[in-house]
Design a protein around this ligand. Structure first.
Ligand code: 5FU
Length: 291
């Protein structure tokens, strides 16, 4: 059957990528398909919001480079919260540098090329703590070889940005289809897509894969709001039901709808909004299974 008719538990049990198994299993265990995007600029706010939202979500998404007082302790505390509340961490880094040819990996090991160091090194050392990160396919498929050489041995997973939520974005049509084709060639690292719909089941691809067949990709979808249609700056919001039930996506990503912008809503308000989005997302998933 189509992945949209399979439960998170069933998909978790059969997924080839450990981090995708983990994510889908958390969804099932906690009855949530909510990923909370915590886009705040201080360590204290990020940790406070992650602690408040933790019980209600399967994943916390960060933009770690906006945190002004970032330090290693932040990462350690975030990891401790992930353990405490049973969620995964996704750094929304959107890598887009040039890639590596398969045969050149050995040379790269020796010279430690930039395209891999951005994931493994520097101040943030993203690969050391983020279960999930994401990348654009703009530079070509080599980007996957480069990132996989760092992430795969650590058991990390990657999402390709097959589509985006912003008005007028260019990730459409043939480009989206290319993302799906490329993902199929990295079955141990590319766990899914940032996308607005079930891009992997849309139609036949060049590889001849038809609707409902092929690997299980997790579709994670930003641009979710229950109270607003946009932010006046290009962001477009849809409801959890439009995204999970009508469009067949798997995980809803909610930022300002939950933390409210700035340094974030008071923790009680965050809890209240999390519960609201969690309930809406889960209800849509259950309806989708029955329809
Ligand atoms: F890839 C994408 C995309 O296409 N749209 C997005 O909005 C990522 N995002 C991120 O999701 C964006 O960078 C924010 O971190 C988050 C959405 O936040 P919001 O406050 O719910 O609009």
């Amino acid at each position: 059957p189509s992945v949209t008719k399979r439960t998170y538990a069933d998909r978790a049990a059969k997924h080839p990528i450990p981090v995708a198994q983990q994510l889908l299993a958390v969804c099932d265990r906690k009855r949530t398909n909510l990923c909370v995007s915590v886009d705040v600029t201080s360590k204290a706010s990020l940790l406070r919001i992650a602690d408040a939202a933790g019980p209600y979500c399967c994943c916390i998404k960060t933009h770690i480079d906006i945190v002004e007082d970032f330090d290693r302790d932040l990462v350690e505390q975030l990891q401790a919260l992930a353990e405490k509340h049973d969620f995964l961490i996704w750094e929304d880094r959107k890598f887009a540098d040039i890639g590596t040819r398969e045969g050149d990996l050995m040379t790269e090991e020796k010279f430690g090329l930039t395209r891999r160091l951005v994931y493994s090194s520097g101040i943030y050392k993203i690969a050391s703590w983020a279960h999930i990160t994401n990348a654009h396919l703009v530079p070509g498929e080599g980007i996957l070889t480069g990132l996989a050489s760092v992430g795969e041995p650590l058991g990390r997973g990657l999402l390709l940005l097959a589509e985006m939520s912003a008005k007028g974005n260019l990730a459409t049509g043939e480009y989206t289809a290319k993302n799906v084709e490329a993902a199929r060639r990295y079955p141990n690292f590319v766990m899914g897509f940032v996308a607005m719909k079930r891009v992997d089941e849309r139609e036949e691809t060049a590889g001849g894969v038809t609707a409902g067949e092929g690997p299980d990709f997790v579709i994670m979808t930003p641009g979710i709001g229950l109270d607003s249609k946009g932010d006046g700056m290009g962001q477009q919001y849809r409801t959890p039901d439009e995204v999970i039930r009508e469009s067949g996506c798997d995980i809803i990503i909610v930022g300002r709808g939950i933390y409210g912008g700035g340094d974030g809503n008071p923790s009680e308000e965050i809890v209240k909004q999390c519960q609201r989005y969690q309930a809406a997302g889960w209800e849509s998933y259950e309806r989708r299974l029955k329809e």
